[in-house]
Design a protein around this ligand. Structure first.
Ligand code: SF4
Length: 712
């Protein structure tokens, strides 16, 4: 299953060494391990033991428990004893922030210690201070001195360690030299690895968590590359993958699936934790679904690689298709959207910096245009906060292409005025020379699926049809990755007119096929070609999360869409998302917008950055977040952080407009950006004070009569 990593067009699991955590082995060819964390008070032994047992019964393989001080660290012994009494044998991880002395005790009891390089022995006071090289080196040495005893103890006792960097809690020293960047996160972790390796200790696992999915993905990729540089060709340290402060409900699941799933797609990740602002037991099935999806992918990919190898001989590095890994190396660590040509589909602008558009493919509706339009209008009225922007209709077997106009007018009479594009088959012999306009409306674009067998004359005929119909053209390329360059060239050689086409791959193709398309376009000199991402959302009998109008989307479908679309969107690929749905229009469109927001490509609703809570939490985080959401969920585009404690608080709030952070029993600190604006606010008043703050800073709008600002 494992092979070289780093080639996004031929993903394979990254080669890692095996690290043993109690009875569980992480890395190598072992399955992706599922972890979670308790959110009880660690001193409440009964509640903590009960939650660990519940997690184990749900399928969690490793459980983390916070140890904020020596007391909690010592109580881990009692927790361990009670678990043994209950015959629960599950590895425990002590979560350490700020307290090396607690780590030293925990290392005597648990199977793994997690330290945060940002606060293990370094300062985190948001000081702006310049370090010259001598001062910087002296600081690194001071931190190493504090860290070394823990390394030696873990080594002596066979205890594993996670060096867990968080974007939100980088030390002042790292921040002042590297900023809150992926590079800073990686540098911070590697300083600690230097100490481990100097002592011959290698039972190390890394994590690079952030609530911003793009930052998390970039940091893991960069770390993988840096570790490979340190020891080329040697199986490296396993990765614990997660997106921190992902929030809860559908958005938490979507964000987690985007971040974790994208990395697993590329073979990065040996153990995962989904962080939801919910009962941690509910994290486990989500994590399982994400891990299983990746497991299936790598089984298929290793089979395909073998087959291809049998055909062409073993691939050499230089033979490999050049992709994002080589051509777009910077984008992996500082992602930005592809620069593309501007298209017009009806009145809708697509590409060239326009927001990533959301389309619905509605299939064969032209045989009964009036009925179909009525049904669709009702379904789309279920969308409260967002709007479908384009429809893709199949021309199917309808003899009269002018029927699309009838459908458009029926819809308009029901108050739904949208650009309409037509899907036509390449072999349709009875197509006219042009699709007739309808009452001043032209078809937005023509979409056709072609494959390696499609003749050049067919391509030319369809391109001319689009030109004469004053419509755009989208070519959906249904082919294997290695056929992509040839098909792209054939399309480009037979284009008609000056309007650039869009391109896509079928909804059934993997996201790696889209990457192959990006590379093929770049190599054909057509790097500015807009790309449509196509996603199928299918019904399934299993229970799922409520999305949009409350219709149930199966969790597997939600995760698949989030990974497949989110991974590409995080890399800046995609000018439109076209959803094909068997579960109704509104949930599919709503899901597309949520994924766009999770991938930081388009903001259409309030963004919540809320931690999963743990034993440090000073209030009921799930309840508090729900209360804040009730009052603020209409504030499109406003980012609000809700944190149980200060550990990651101010740092993650670099990304938030307003923050609500637990600071003591019943007390809250309020932030505007990173700045503290109110301390010691009684919890009972804190939500109203937060609303006041939002109002004072001009970001408040009344819930009624608001306009939807859907462009980010
Ligand atoms: S931010 Fe939340 S999850 Fe993180 S340590 Fe604080 S309370 Fe625990």
């Amino acid at each position: 299953m494992t092979s070289d990593s780093g080639d996004p067009l031929r993903p394979a699991r990254r080669r890692t060494r095996v690290v043993r955590v109690g009875g569980i082995e992480i890395g190598g060819d072992h399955p992706i391990r599922i972890q979670s964390m308790t959110n009880t008070d660690t001193m409440d032994t009964r509640a903590t033991v009960r939650q660990i047992i519940a997690l184990a019964e749900a399928g969690c393989e490793i459980v983390r428990v916070t140890a904020p001080s020596i007391r909690e660290a010592e109580n881990l012994r009692e927790i361990r004893r009670r678990l043994q009494e209950s015959e629960i044998d599950i590895p425990l991880v002590a979560d350490i922030h700020f307290t090396p002395n607690a780590a030293m005790i925990a290392a005597e009891i648990v199977e793994k210690v997690r330290i945060n390089p940002g606060n293990y022995a370094d300062k985190k006071k948001f000081e702006v201070r310049e370090y010259d090289d001598v001062q910087y080196a002296a600081e690194v040495e001071r931190v190493a001195e504090r860290f070394r005893p823990l390394v030696l103890r873990c080594k002596a006792r066979g205890v594993a360690m996670r060096i867990g960097t968080n974007h939100g809690s980088l030390s002042d020293r790292i921040m002042n030299r590297f900023g809150d960047t992926a590079l800073g996160m990686v540098e911070s972790a590697l300083e600690f690895l230097d100490v481990c390796e100097a002592e011959g200790y290698r039972d190390v696992i890394f994590s690079m968590k952030a609530s911003n999915t793009q930052v998390a993905i970039a940091a893991y990729r960069l770390l993988a590359e840096r570790l490979e540089e340190r020891a080329p060709g040697v199986p490296s340290y396993p990765f614990h993958v997660g997106v921190t402060e992902a929030g809860g409900a559908e958005d938490g699941r979507i964000k987690s699936a985007i971040g974790i799933g994208s990395l697993l797609e590329d073979g990065l990740g040996d153990t995962i934790r989904v962080s939801l602002t919910e009962d941690p037991v509910r994290e486990v099935p989500v994590a399982r679904a994400i891990a299983e999806r990746a497991g299936r992918l790598h089984e298929v990919d290793s089979k395909e690689t073998e087959d291809e190898g049998a055909r062409k001989g073993p691939p050499r590095r230089s033979d490999r298709p050049r992709g994002i890994a080589s051509d777009r190396v910077d984008e992996r660590f500082a992602p930005r959207r592809r620069t593309t040509d501007r298209l017009r589909w009806g009145g809708l602008e697509v590409g060239d910096g326009a927001p990533v558009r959301v389309e619905l493919e509605v299939g064969d509706v032209l045989s009964r245009p009036a009925e179909s339009a009525a049904g669709l209008a009702v379904e789309l009225s279920g969308l409260k906060d967002v709007a479908c922007e384009s429809l893709l209709v199949s021309l199917g077997d309808v003899g009269d292409p002018g029927r699309w106009g009838e459908f458009a007018h029926e819809l308009a009479s029901l108050g739904v005025e949208l650009p309409i594009s037509l899907r036509v088959g390449p072999g349709a012999a009875d197509l006219p020379d042009a699709i007739p306009a309808a009452g001043g409306l032209s078809v937005g674009r023509i979409v056709t699926t072609i494959d390696a067998t499609t003749r050049a004359s067919e391509i030319l005929r369809l391109a001319e049809l689009a030109g004469k119909s004053r419509a755009g053209m989208e070519w959906e390329l249904a082919c294997a990755g290695h056929e992509m360059p040839l098909l792209v060239e054939r399309v480009l050689a037979n284009r008609s007119g000056e309007t650039p086409p869009a391109m896509s791959v079928p909804a059934t193709a993997s996201l790696h096929a889209v990457r192959a398309l990006v590379v093929a376009l770049s190599e054909a000199g057509a790097a500015r070609t807009p790309i449509v991402l196509r996603q199928r959302v299918a019904a399934a009998p299993s229970a799922g999360g409520a999305v949009g109008d409350g219709t149930t989307i199966p969790e597997a479908a939600l995760i698949d869409a989030s990974v497949r679309l989110g991974s590409l969107l995080c890399d800046g690929i995609g000018d439109a998302v076209s959803m094909v749905s068997t579960i109704g229009a509104a949930p599919a469109v709503d899901l597309a917008y949520r994924i766009l927001q999770g991938a930081r490509q388009r903001t259409t609703r309030t963004e919540y950055i809320s931690c999963p809570s743990c034993g440090r939490t000073l209030f009921d985080l799930e309840e508090t977040t729900a209360r804040i959401q009730t009052k603020t969920r209409h504030l499109d585009g406003v980012k609000i952080a809700v944190m149980g404690c200060i550990v990651n608080g101010p740092g993650e709030m670099a990304d938030a407009d307003f923050g609500y952070v637990g600071s003591g029993p019943g007390q809250v600190t309020l932030y505007v950006g990173r700045e503290v604006v109110a301390r010691g606010v009684p919890e009972a008043e804190a939500t109203d004070r937060l609303v006041e703050l939002i109002r004072d800073h001009g970001r408040w709008i009344e819930p009624e009569g608001r306009e939807i600002d859907s462009d980010a």
